[in-house]
Design a protein around this ligand. Structure first.
Ligand code: ADP
Length: 199
């Protein structure tokens, strides 16, 4: 569809987004970027997967990540024995250009505390593994049915909260929101400047 062709034509700029060599769609507060396209194309330290509790693959972004990573990802996930809603677990990226995949399980429906935990636990895991760049999809807004604008507000509020906690901000270089659908681009472009004023 439209989103995947945008990812294709912007593939080069997308890689540079992580290296900060070329302007991205938006660049807030030096640490936050928006991108529209396919999350599997990112050469980041970690991409986040909106997984299900089994961690064994599913539809949507989960299916795309497992497809691109290859069968070794499922084999490593099997050893993790699932993941609770709001929690996060990390694997290698295998055939993906990113080094790691952080698998988090979003809530089904509008449960803000659970969704918030997904973002905070993913970022804590990033820090624990001394990784510096991470790409988030719009967790729970697809098959799991979380309303887009409400989910966007939870995502950006929780990321800001995490960056403002202790010395977290100095431990990461870039947090990228990878948006796939136009509705999410509208939401993030509307709300991000409030939480992360442009520099
Ligand atoms: P959930 O089950 O958590 O709702 P989904 O994968 O169904 O997860 O949807 C989450 C978001 O990921 C949706 O906005 C969907 O459009 C988006 N998405 C689907 N495929 C990709 C992809 N390849 N890259 C980035 N985002 C994607």
């Amino acid at each position: 569809g439209e989103a995947s062709s945008a990812a294709h034509t912007n593939g080069k700029a997308l890689k540079h987004a992580v290296l900060d060599e070329e302007p991205v769609r938006q660049n807030f507060n030096d640490k936050i970027s928006l991108w529209q396209g396919d999350i599997t194309e990112f050469q980041a330290d970690a991409i986040v997967n909106a997984a299900n509790k089994s961690l064994l693959g599913g539809g949507g972004v989960d299916g795309a990540i497992h497809h691109a990573a290859g069968p070794d990802l499922r084999a490593e996930c099997l050893k993790l024995h699932g993941c609770a809603t709001g929690e996060a677990k990390i694997t290698k990226g295998f055939r993906l250009p990113c080094k790691h995949v952080i698998h988090t399980v979003g809530p089904i429906g509008e449960k803000p505390e659970k969704l918030r935990s997904c973002y905070l636990n993913s970022l804590d895991l990033l820090k624990e593994h001394e990784l510096r760049t991470v790409v988030f999809p719009c967790i729970s807004t697809g098959i799991y049915g979380y309303p887009n604008e409400a989910a966007c507000l939870v995502a950006i509020e929780s990321v800001r909260h995490w960056l403002e906690t202790g010395d977290n901000s100095s431990l990461v270089d870039r947090i990228i929101f990878c948006l796939y659908e136009d509705v999410d681009v509208d939401c993030y472009e509307k709300h991000l400047p409030t939480y992360f004023p442009p520099v």
